[in-house]
Design a protein around this ligand. Structure first.
Ligand code: BEZ
Ligand code: FE2
Length: 405
């Protein structure tokens, strides 16, 4: 048993003083340090520094490890120019992205306190890394392919990757399914993949309404995607409509990534069906996609996470860099309320979205914990979320299933 005694503890989305936590693999008790020492006289004691804060381990619901080799190669500013640059540089970027590069990406997340992440896997090249990394991984095997001529081959490759990921459960990998997007997945395979997720109760995610070009293509078959599809796939009509795509997920809670270009009506539908959203603000900014209307999400009570996306559309996987960007991008949302919500959106909210048994400091939850030090005393308990976001680059200590990493 270990007892950790921080200055502040994040419990039930609030900050508390005088709360120590006793844990082994799971959280055993939360009480004053005196009571815990009496209850567990043989426990190891970790005393946090002055102004330390104990949080549950953070959760990054959406990252693409397989594109971690990109630093300055891809073209930013416009989604289609970016996609063209991905296609032009794909082979080199994938080849350069070996286990060492991907483990470094995991370690950067870990240093910022991320103890669980959702890996969107396009090729299965990241499976070994996800099994090796100390973090828990929700491994989203991605299905892609809009052209009927290739869908069967791509679908069978997807099934093989899904099967391989199922062999890694003992190494902390949870198999899951990702749909690439409405424009790139044929409805026939879309339905098959969704049915697997339903039958096997696997977490399900999909990119949706990321760019203005995507919206225009799905609505009218026009815009920048028209020449893209003509050039690469010799097709000139979209395979689905926005409503047909969204309705395919009616009976299964889905984690939709981006949704920047969604209308209020579409967001209301998402809310009504109980779906959630992954918000990747830096990726959206860099790819010229716009800004998600988080005030609308808050009004509709849509659960959303804050996630980094991959290094193909970001400059770091540090979750605090993402939170700082989120605070600055959403400049009119009240600062203190937003800061508190952002901490919730990398802890208990994504835990519920991904169905993992962590993200909260609560008895019987996994002992995934991070300790952070503020540089000075916060003004009030209400300021701690904001000051944590502003001042944290790296966390001080990390525990996963009670083991210090
Ligand atoms: C497709 O298969 O339709 C597709 C693949 C990658 C990007 C865009 C579309
Ligand atoms: Fe993504």
């Amino acid at each position: 048993m270990t007892i950790i005694e921080p200055t502040y503890t994040y419990i039930d989305n609030k900050f508390h003083e005088n709360r120590a936590v006793a844990f082994s693999k799971t959280i055993e008790a939360i009480d004053s340090i005196e009571n815990l020492k009496t209850k567990y006289p043989d426990a190891d004691i970790i005393k946090g520094e002055e102004n330390s804060i104990l949080y549950p381990g953070f959760i990054n619901t959406h990252v693409h490890l397989e594109f971690s080799a990109n630093k300055t190669t891809l073209q930013y500013g416009n989604f289609m120019s970016w996609l063209d640059s991905v296609i032009a540089n794909r082979d080199r970027l994938i080849q350069e992205c070996d286990n060492e590069v991907m483990l470094k990406a995991c370690s950067d997340m870990l240093e910022s306190g991320v103890t669980t992440f959702g890996a969107i896997s396009s090729f299965g090249k990241d499976l070994e890394t996800c099994a090796k990394t100390p973090q828990k991984v929700i491994y989203f095997n991605e299905i892609i392919g809009s052209n009927m001529a290739y869908v069967d081959a791509l679908y069978s490759d997807f099934l093989n990757r899904l099967d391989e990921s199922k062999k890694m459960i003992d190494s902390g990998v949870t198999p899951a399914i990702a749909i690439h997007s409405p424009y790139s997945v044929h409805p026939v395979v879309l339905k098959r993949a969704i049915n697997i997720a339903k039958d096997e109760k696997l977490p399900l995610s999909a990119h949706l309404l990321e760019s203005p070009a995507e919206r225009e293509w799905l609505e009218s078959g026009e815009g920048e995607f028209l020449s893209f599809f003509q050039k690469y796939f010799n097709t000139s009509t979209p395979v689905t409509t926005i409503s047909e795509f969204i309705e395919s997920f009616d009976d299964i809670d889905t984690h939709f990534t981006h949704m920047v270009q969604a209308t209020n009506k579409e967001l209301e539908y998402i809310a009504q069906k109980g779906h959630s959203i992954a918000h990747c603000p830096r990726s959206n900014r860099l790819l010229g996609c716009g800004r998600l209307d988080i005030d609308k999400l808050i009004e509709l009570d849509i659960p959303f996470s804050v996630a980094t996306d991959g290094l193909s559309s970001n400059s770091s996987l540090n979750i605090f860099d993402e939170l700082r960007a989120t605070l600055m991008l959403h400049y009119s949302t009240p600062l203190r309320e937003l800061s508190n919500l952002l901490i919730k959106n990398i802890t208990s909210t994504p835990a519920k979205i991904l169905g993992v048994d962590s993200g909260e400091i609560k008895e019987s939850k996994s002992a995934d914990l991070v300790l952070i030090n503020l540089p000075d005393r916060p003004n009030s308990l209400d300021d701690i979320a904001l000051q944590t976001i502003l001042h944290t680059q790296k966390v001080d200590r990390v525990f996963i299933d009670g083991k210090e990493i």
